[in-house]
Every structure is written in structure tokens, then in C-alpha cells.
Design a protein around this ligand. Structure first.
Ligand SMILES: C[S@@+](CC[C@H](N)C(=O)[O-])C[C@H]1O[C@@H](n2cnc3c(N)ncnc32)[C@H](O)[C@@H]1O
Length: 223
């Protein structure tokens, strides 16, 4: 058996109970080192822990797929929610296993950000640059989102498409530099936040940051 699950934004209080139980009862627990470290308090002393890095992930996932096919109960841990900026890893897991796998949703950093900044999902588009490959279609989409008067919640890509580069890209493409921006780091951990405008977004942030770009024309209240 193999299940992919999102461990939430870091603080284990935001890990759903079903996933906590799956982690506690797993024989094999797999994930990027930093993600597995978050879940450490839940791991059974009898479980086999397989940590991976970006470089060795394909080989490590092949090893996990073999254990899964031998009948061991395996869980693969994802940061936040699998369904936001997690599908490239999910595809690698499924490729290694040779079949689709079950997923369990988690609480995303974007949900914590939305809660902190009081933005409504209905009026917001979620974009990630934390991916391999050509970013151009996603950069263009971000422009359209703001032109359509929606908020954008954006996951940067370390270290070539960070908040500063995102802001510069938008301004270069005629997006109003006055758009309000917030960048939050290490949500639910050692949180830090910055607020300003696109024009002011020059600071450096850590790789654990997420960005909100607010529309200049919020929808009128529905009341
Ligand atoms: C590969 S993406 C995965 C996002 C994850 N699936 C989610 O739903 O939050 C990893 C990036 O998400 C952002 N991120 C994840 N957790 C975060 C947190 N607690 N605070 C701020 N940003 C976070 C960071 O930009 C990090 O580099």
C-alpha cells in the first residue's frame, strides 16, 4: 500500500487526524528531509524512514515503490497540500509505482496565508513557480490574473523567481506598481511578514516564503 499525504504548513497542529494516523501506523515513511523532520514526532520507532533530496529522489522513489510492491505500508509526505505545487512529485511517485496512488489532502501554506491576510479563495488565483521547466505560461497567467482584478497567491521559485523578481516581472509587463503585496515566511513556525507595494518589493526572502498580490479593485461586498 502506498499513500501520498500533505503534512500541512509545518506545525503539527495543522496536520489532519487521518494523516497523523497513517504516519503513525506506516512501515515506511518517505519524503524530502525537511518535510520528514517536521513529522518526526509522529514516526513509529519501528518504521523505516527514507529521506530524499532533489538529486536522488528518483532512485529513492524506486526503492519505495519496490517496498510498496512487496506489501509494506508506505506513506510519502508532501509539504502543505499535495494539490498545490505538489503534482510534479506526485507524478514521480506514480511513475515509480507504475500506477495511480491514493492522496490525502493537507492544509496548504496558501490557506494559512489566506487566513492571515483575509482573502477570499473565490476572488484569488493560486500560482506556483516552484516547479521544473519553463515558467513562461505561469508568468503570463499571473499577468492575466491581475488584469482580471483578482488577487494572486504566489509560491516563488528559489532562487531565480523570488518575490523581487516576480514584482519586477509584473512591473516590466505594465502591471501597476501600486498593487499591495504581502510576503509571509515560515508560516506556523517562526513567522515573519512584510507588507508594501510591487514597486517596494526589493527585499530578499527565504525559500520558505509565500506572496500575496492584492487586486487594486476588490469585488464589492456581496451583502
Ligand atoms: C514545493 S512548494 C509546496 C507547497 C505546498 N504543497 C503547500 O501547499 O503549501 C514549497 C514552497 O511552498 C512555500 N511554503 C510551504 N510551506 C510554507 C510555510 N509554512 N510558510 C511559507 N511558505 C511555505 C515555500 O515557498 C516553499 O518553498
Amino acid at each position: 500500500m502506498i499513500i501520498c499525504l500533505g503534512i500541512g504548513p509545518g506545525d503539527m497542529d495543522y496536520l489532519i487526524q487521518r494523516s497523523a494516523e497513517l504516519i503513525r501506523s506506516a512501515q515506511v515513511v518517505v519524503g524530502f528531509t525537511a518535510v520528514v523532520e517536521f513529522a518526526q514526532p509522529l514516526l513509529s520507532p519501528d518504521s523505516q524512514v527514507i529521506t530524499m533530496s532533489y538529486k536522488d529522489q528518483v532512485a529513492k522513489l524506486e526503492e519505495v515503490a519496490r517496498l510498496h510492491h512487496e506489501g509494506l505500508k508506505c506513506v510519502v509526505l508532501f509539504m502543505g497540500d499535495i494539490h498545490f505545487s505538489g503534482f510534479q512529485l506526485l507524478e514521480r511517485v506514480e511513475r515509480a509505482c507504475g500506477h495511480p496512488v491514493e492522496t490525502v489532502p493537507g492544509i496548504s501554506s496558501s490557506q494559512i496565508l489566506a487566513s492571515k491576510t483575509k482573502v477570499c479563495f473565490d476572488e484569488t488565483t493560486f500560482i506556483t513557480f516552484h516547479r521544473r521547466g519553463d515558467l513562461t505560461p505561469f508568468q503570463k497567467h499571473m499577468i492575466h490574473v491581475l488584469q482580471d482584478d483578482r488577487n494572486a497567491i504566489v509560491i516563488p521559485r528559489p532562487w531565480d523567481m523570488m518575490p523581487r523578481e516576480i514584482a519586477a516581472y509584473l512591473i516590466e509587463h505594465d502591471i501597476d506598481p501600486k498593487h499591495p503585496v504581502e510576503v509571509w515566511e515560515h508560516l506556523t513556525q517562526n513567522e515573519a511578514s512584510w507588507q508594501g507595494t510591487l514597486a517596494e518589493c526589493q527585499k530578499e526572502f527565504s525559500d520558505m516564503s509565500i506572496m500575496l498580490i492584492r487586486t487594486l479593485n476588490p469585488m464589492p461586498s456581496q451583502l
